[in-house]
Every structure is written in structure tokens, then in C-alpha cells.
Ligand binder design. Structure first.
Ligand SMILES: CC(C)(COP(=O)(O)OP(=O)(O)OC[C@H]1O[C@@H](n2cnc3c(N)ncnc32)[C@H](O)[C@@H]1OP(=O)(O)O)[C@@H](O)C(=O)NCCC(=O)NCCS
Length: 155
């Protein structure tokens, strides 16, 4: 990701920007009300990638003890293929690992090669299938899992 982007925690003030990203990136988007509610849970980690004043993408993860779930990850079309999603996923997984998560799960449309490629690069592999999980269009979800571990720093 180039230096014009920076990653920070999302707040309720970002909800409109996240709703816009949802609207542009997904055929079955989260509502702004749902985003505001979810962002405020203590067990939810939401990060945004910003470029100047505009929010280019975001990731949201939920933790439950040693288990974590990536709830959503999206990057606006004009900011894609610049490593923004990779940086968001790296930062999101680091944050939940530091919070004690040791395995992460997520669902992804079976046909979503871009996302599946990205997740595979982070060690996610298939552990299940949820038939007809998505709407608009109806599609199965792949369930992916990755083991997470704290990196030794040597210090
Ligand atoms: C999937 C998505 C988040 C990727 O965002 P991005 O910022 O463009 O991704 P990055 O630039 O960080 O790419 C990282 C890696 O992901 C994979 N990837 C990303 N876009 C890809 C594409 N169009 N085709 C194939 N692989 C792709 C590649 O492995 C890429 O590494 P590379 O650039 O070295 O080849 C973005 O396309 C998006 O928002 N899509 C719509 C929403 C979505 O599907 N979210 C995932 C829901 S589970």
C-alpha cells in the first residue's frame, strides 16, 4: 500500500462513508444503522484505510474469546489493486491476534476470486460451505479458516 494511505480505527463518525462503500461494493449491502450498531460493540474491531479525506476501504472483525470472524472487507473500485485490502487485512488480523484470537473465520462468495486469492495469501483455507447463503444473486458461501499466532519480535 502506498504512503498516501493510512489505517486507523473506525468510529461511528465513519458510518456514512462505510455505508457508501457497502452500497458501491456489495449487491446486498449493510445498512447504515447496522453499521453504526456493529461498530460500537466492544468486541468489534473496525479499521478504515484513508487517502487524504476520503475513506478508501474498511475491514470489520468480531472477536469471541480465541475465535475471530472477519465480518466484512471492501475497497472502493478507484482504490483497488494498490494493496489497500492486503494492508487492512494485515492490520485487522494483527489487532485481533493481539486481543487473543487464535483462529479466524470468514464467509466469502464462492465466485469471488479476488477475495479468495487475498485470503489464501494470509493462510485461510476452506473448512465448509453454506448453501445459498448470499442473496442478489443467490450463491453458496465458502467458509474459510486461518490459524493465527503472535509473531516473535526477538526483543
Ligand atoms: C476483494 C477486494 C477487497 C480486494 O481489494 P484490493 O485493495 O484491490 O486488494 P489488494 O490490492 O490489497 O490485493 C491483494 C491481493 O488480493 C488478490 N486480488 C485482489 N484483487 C484481485 C482481482 N481483481 N483478481 C484476482 N486477485 C485479486 C491478489 O492476490 C492481490 O495480490 P497482488 O496484487 O499481489 O496480485 C476488493 O476487490 C473489493 O472490495 N471487492 C468487493 C468487495 C468484496 O468482495 N469483499 C470481500 C468480501 S468477503
Amino acid at each position: 500500500m502506498d504512503a498516501r494511505y493510512r489505517i486507523r480505527r473506525a468510529t461511528a463518525a465513519d458510518a456514512a462513508a462505510l455505508a457508501e462503500i457497502e452500497h458501491v461494493c456489495f449487491s446486498d449491502p449493510w445498512s447504515m444503522v447496522g453499521i453504526i450498531e456493529t461498530i460500537q460493540y466492544a468486541t468489534v474491531y473496525a479499521l478504515v484505510a484513508e487517502n487524504g479525506e476520503s475513506v478508501a476501504g474498511y475491514i470489520m472483525a468480531r472477536i469471541s474469546g480465541e475465535e475471530g470472524e472477519i465480518l466484512n472487507l471492501a475497497v472502493m473500485p478507484g482504490h483497488r489493486r494498490r494493496g489497500v485490502a492486503r494492508a487492512l487485512l494485515e492490520a485487522g488480523l494483527s489487532a485481533i491476534t493481539l486481543a487473543g484470537v487464535r483462529e479466524a473465520y470468514l464467509e466469502v462468495r464462492e465466485s469471488n476470486r479476488a477475495a479468495v486469492n487475498l485470503y489464501q495469501a494470509f493462510g485461510f483455507g476452506p473448512v465448509g460451505l453454506r448453501p445459498n447463503y448470499y442473496r442478489n444473486p443467490l450463491e453458496d458461501a465458502l467458509v474459510l479458516r486461518a490459524a493465527l499466532s503472535v509473531q516473535e519480535t526477538g526483543t
